[in-house]
Write a protein that binds this ligand. Sequence first.
Ligand code: SAH
Length: 235
Amino acid sequence: MKNRYFFIPVIILLMSAAATFTAPAQVFDELRENMVRTQIKARGIDHAPTVEAMRNVERHLFVPTARRNRAYEDGPLPIGHGQTISQPFIVAYMTQLVNPGPGDKVLEIGTGSGYQAAVLAEIVDQVFTIEIVSELGESAARLLKELNYDNVEVKIADGYYGWEEHGPFDAIVVTAAAEYIPPPLVDQLKDGGKMVIPVGSPFMVQNLMLIEKNGDEITTRSIMPVTFVPFTRKE
Ligand code: SAH
């Protein structure tokens, strides 16, 4: 008889402990599903692999622990060193714009948290990403490895020069605002390749540009106003 009164509180304790440890993952799954529905699909992102990638990548793992509960909000978040992880919609929008496919090789400039690289890695064969702030590049590389994104390679360098050894690329995604389009990046684009880049002055509204290469012809289209952290040239 005495035993029953002992076990009931113990069982309650164990159940609540289990709930504490399992609930957050489920909560994040639900928040992410909700993000995909309200911020991604509802706003016209209909490229199926992009939607699927936004559903799969656990964005909360790419933001600092203290900001995890805000990971699925509709905006950018600080990731340290004065940099930000882009708004989910912008990540999806830029991904869809370059129309990535399964066999593709993609270059990203501005690794930051590694989130955009992970989204691309869900879709394409190989992702090469360059970050100028070594601490950010190193922690992104570590996290991407931990999460088994074996098809992503991170380099600490000035992305202005691209990554010639691995080029040319099917797509290039630049996630920092440049004053002009870096010519080496255009050179490293494949024939038929696409590049998306915010162009404009730092800390002002910039223009998201889509560049397409067809033979010798380079076409440049202005897509929409955006605000990105600046493309820097030296650490
Ligand atoms: N794609 C990132 C967004 C990062 S913000 C993400 O998903 O989290 C832009 C990043 O570009 C910053 O981390 C910044 O340090 C980096 N950056 C700025 N200028 C750069 C340059 N010349 N070469 C490489 N990275 C650069």
